[in-house]
Design a protein around this ligand. Structure first.
Ligand SMILES: Nc1ncnc2c1ncn2[C@@H]1O[C@H](COP(=O)(O)OP(=O)(O)OP(=O)(O)O)[C@@H](O)[C@H]1O
Ligand SMILES: [Mg+2]
Length: 285
């Protein structure tokens, strides 16, 4: 069986390249012929058609939606599918897709898209956001990643400053769940939660490992397992990392779903071979 692993065209090193290497290793142990390619290759797909080299399974390690849809047109079977990836790429779209699915999420307010650089601040809307969520509240860019687009807003003045700075970028506002700087990263493969780790960051309210957070062993209970497996199923994900926030009363809130989650830290902390589980899923289907 041939498996293509696709990386972003411009990515040269870092965690995503390491992840491709781990997946290649585990896929090859299971007998697959693996090629790691850059999505520059998609220039070969013209009018949705390409030669038979694309009619294979593909682990798509990029967030480039158009490239993913092109690969599917060319006959590739993507892990994750282009649609699932698209739903996770935009945090507001993920939220909308999960609404009504019985999954508890922090109270979230959609910020209307703005196309006009000189548009005045929507003061009534912003006052309503503060009244509804209380301060501090969380502001997120819909396309942020590794914690870089997530901000804590202390008061109305800071909210106005945030809105003026980011009004031309899609964003949302969210209830701040405490204790700060901690969440649980759950890895779901083939519909099953296979491991989870608590992430703790003492120096920032964002627990991302890239911002100084570290992983600790953690066992998800039945409720957290069901929440994550349900979310992965609703979004149509074969593989994902789901961030769950736990408040002081033990209530669980789904924070975010990563269709392309890194797994090196979770493998180390949980002692689970995540790459192998993912490879087994790809080979078995
Ligand atoms: N509503 C919230 N209340 C408290 N903490 C939050 C909230 N939202 C996010 N955080 C903290 O900020 C971190 C980063 O937020 P989030 O996971 O939404 O974005 P991201 O990590 O930048 O996205 P990606 O995982 O796609 O890179 C979370 O792991 C969590 O620690
Ligand atoms: Mg996250």
């Amino acid at each position: 069986m041939k498996v293509l692993i696709v990386l972003n065209a411009y990515q040269r090193d870092g965690a995503q390249v390491g992840k491709a290497g781990r997946l290649k290793e585990e896929l090859e142990k299971l007998g697959a012929e693996v090629e790691v390619a850059r999505n520059f290759r998609l220039a070969d797909v013209v009018n949705g058609e390409a030669d038979s080299q694309y009619r294979c399974k593909c682990v798509f390690l990029d967030k480039d939606k158009s490239a993913a849809y092109l690969l599917e047109k060319a006959g590739c079977i993507l892990y994750n599918s282009a649609r699932a990836m698209e739903l996770c790429d935009d945090k507001m779209l993920t939220h909308a897709a999960l609404c009504g699915a019985g999954i508890c999420m922090p109270h979230t307010i959609y910020a209307p898209l703005c196309y006009y650089p000189d548009a005045p601040l929507p003061e009534d809307f912003l006052k309503g956001v503060g009244e509804s969520l209380g301060y501090p509240l969380v502001a997120k860019l819909c396309y942020g990643s590794l914690g870089s687009g997530v901000f804590l807003i202390d008061d109305y003045n800071a909210l106005c400053m945030f809105e003026s700075k980011y009004k031309l970028q899609a964003h949302l506002y969210q209830q701040f769940i405490t204790p700060a700087g901690t969440d649980v990263r759950c890895i779901v493969v083939g519909g099953k939660l296979i491991c989870s780790m608590k992430r703790v960051n003492k120096s920032d309210f964002r627990s991302n490992v890239e911002l100084g957070g570290h992983g600790e062993r953690f066992k998800a209970d039945k409720e957290m397992t069901a929440m994550c497996e349900r979310a992965a199923s609703v979004l149509g994900l074969d593989y994902c990392g789901i961030d769950v926030l736990l408040d002081n009363d033990g209530r669980k809130y789904l924070c975010e779903v990563n269709s392309n989650a890194f797994f090196a830290e979770a493998e180390k902390v949980c002692g689970v071979n995540i790459a192998k589980k993912f490879a087994e899923l790809i080979i078995s289907e």
